[in-house]
Unconditional design. Sequence first.
Length: 268
Amino acid sequence: MEGEPTSELIRAQLRRYRLNAELSQEEFGKLVHYSGSQVSAVELGHRPLDRLFLKRADEVLKTDGLLVSLLKMAERDGQPSWLRPWLEAEQNARQLRCYHPTLVPGLLQTEHYARAVLRADDMLSDEEVEKRLAVRMDRQAILTGPTPPKLVVVVEEMALRRADEGFRGIMTQQITHLVDASGRATISVHVVPAEVSGHVGLAGPFTLARDAEGGWVGHLENQLGGTTIDNDEQVAILLARWESVRSEALPHGQSVLLMKEVMRSWTI
């Protein structure tokens, strides 16, 4: 991402605003809690763009969040080509239906849970984990915007109970977040109880998005990435499978009670 046009634009804008403010790199560095040499490294592209640094720069230079907004654009531009069509569908969705057999779906993951999931991939560097985490958290902004989509999520009870001693604190926070989210008018969380031994959803995670015109698009995740599904026949199959998965899950109220019971079981 560092060599892409958006990243170069950020560096150029940072330098331009700093010079317009008549601040040397040393003077500016003191204001954003960086050394002058670190500021120079950022402007020259020798140091990765850092969200906290750019947030402080926006505040000091009074740029109304421009630099952070450009960084978010750069992060989206840096996403693999297979994900971009889905990101667009997700952003424009009026309804979203998400199911995952082993994890909490990304739109309702807490930062700590998402980081732990990403770190499970030992092929990712710490820097790449943080980049992907930032993008994942940014995607959740659609849920709190002026016109949030109606989100329905189905999770497996066994996915919620997968928590050893070291992971239990993260999982408690995650389930609390699910319970709180399910209290919003635009979000429903449903749990498939552990006694449901088998159903069609266990074949893999999928998400469906419905746009303002009523059209549906699907997304399938796999070990190497994901696929956006816009073929009418394949989308119809996913919609049918969603209905099957949803029918196995508990109603809203019972799902909330089960999630709370899972957390209580860890304190007994």
